[in-house]
Design a protein around this ligand. Structure first.
Ligand SMILES: C[S@@+](CC[C@H](N)C(=O)[O-])C[C@H]1O[C@@H](n2cnc3c(N)ncnc32)[C@H](O)[C@@H]1O
Length: 219
């Protein structure tokens, strides 16, 4: 199985007893988490039969079949009661938000989540911060694209006041070369946008670029 830096980072955030990987596809996260003894048991879950068959085959090859149950299910619909760590990765932030909203009643307070949206991270952070989730830490992974990986705790009660900067660029982000590259990439992206705008519409984007520059200078 080819292993990406993104998937390795997701696995490095998994810590618990029973894992559910929602939208597991290849099941790399399930297999590697078991092989590294990060959890004792896992559920490989997917809404589609094809990915679940792929998962089953990889789990069998890895020799972990006795510790994994494959579940064909939509989001968190029939999440087993013993799950204490949930991974949802490789989807957009809006879909992750929808899965959490629909399945919130199945998540126990005290559950850890590792969430990695490939886009719309801001919308996901806004939702988490107002619905009983605490974003403990984030890592930006540079792996052909920039992926946030969020380490989250569900306690069912917390509300986290996020700054605009945190909503856009992450909460308690690990400062490393990937994060530096991410901020420079974002600055370049907004500069290109700025160059295409008429003078009358430049103000907000100039403000955004100034904020990113400040974040870079504060590193
Ligand atoms: C791009 S793959 C990501 C696979 C893996 N999680 C990763 O990060 O590499 C997305 C997977 O999510 C599954 N998926 C999409 N919506 C889902 C849902 N509502 N519930 C469960 N799985 C879903 C898809 O079938 C697909 O296998």
């Amino acid at each position: 199985m080819s292993v990406s830096k993104r998937l390795e980072t997701i696995v490095s955030f998994v810590q618990g007893r029973v894992l559910a990987d929602i939208g597991c596809d290849h099941a790399y996260v399930v297999v590697q988490s078991l092989l590294e003894n990060r959890v004792q048991k896992a559920y490989a879950c997917d809404v589609s039969q094809g990915p679940l068959e792929r998962a089953r085959a990889n789990i069998e090859i890895s020799g972990c079949s006795d510790k994994v149950q494959c579940l064909l299910m939509n989001g968190l619909d029939q999440l087993p009661f013993d799950v204490d760590v949930i991974v949802i990765a490789g989807m957009g932030g809006l879909l992750i938000r929808e899965i959490l909203t629909q399945g919130l009643h199945n998540i126990h307070p005290g559950t850890h989540l590792v969430l990695s949206p490939h886009k719309d991270g801001k919308a996901l952070r806004e939702y988490l911060s107002q619905n009983g989730f605490v974003i403990l830490q984030e890592k930006i992974v540079e792996d052909g694209h920039f992926y946030p990986v969020l380490n989250v705790l569900y306690d069912g009660i917390s509300k986290q006041d996020l700054s605009l900067q945190e909503r856009d660029f992450g909460v308690r982000v690990i400062v490393d070369s990937d994060y530096r590259n991410y901020l420079h990439h974002e600055k370049g992206k907004w500069q290109k946008i700025l160059n295409r705008l008429p003078d009358s519409q430049k103000e907000d984007v100039l403000e955004k670029i100034k904020n990113i520059e400040k974040m870079i200078n504060d590193l």
